[in-house]
Design a protein around this ligand. Structure first.
Ligand SMILES: [Zn+2]
Length: 106
C-alpha cells in the first residue's frame, strides 16, 4: 500500500503534521448553534462540540493517552494536539508531551 501519495496530497493542508497522532475524545458533546470562528473564516451552522475535558485517543490503537477507560467516549476525527478550542485532560497532555519527546525525528 502506497502511503506516500496520500501524505503528499494532504501536505498542502497539514504541512507541519503529516499524520494525526491523536484524535479528540470527548466525554460529552453538545450542539453549538452560534457562530464558529476558525482561521479560514466564520461558519454559521449548528455543529456539535466537546464539553469539558477531552482526552487524547491514539489514532492507531484507539487507546486513551492518560489510560482511563470511559464508556461512551465520542472520538472525533480531529487532531487532538491541534484542537486549541477544547479543554484538554492534564493526564493526556502530559502523556502526549512525554511521547513526543521520547520519539525524536518522528
Ligand atoms: Zn485523559
Amino acid at each position: 500500500m502506497d502511503m506516500r501519495s496520500i501524505s503528499e496530497d494532504a501536505a498542502g493542508i497539514e504541512r507541519r503534521r503529516p499524520r494525526m497522532r491523536y484524535k479528540v475524545g470527548a466525554e460529552q458533546m453538545e450542539q453549538v448553534p452560534s457562530l464558529t470562528q476558525r482561521p479560514d473564516g466564520i461558519f454559521r451552522s449548528a455543529r456539535t462540540a466537546p464539553v469539558g475535558a477531552t482526552h487524547a485517543v491514539d489514532a492507531a490503537t484507539d487507546a486513551v493517552a492518560c489510560g482511563i477507560t470511559f464508556h461512551g467516549l465520542d472520538v472525533l476525527d480531529q487532531d487532538w494536539e491541534e484542537a486549541f478550542f477544547v479543554e484538554k485532560c492534564p493526564g493526556c497532555f502530559a502523556a502526549v508531551v512525554a511521547h513526543g519527546e521520547a520519539s525524536p525525528g518522528a
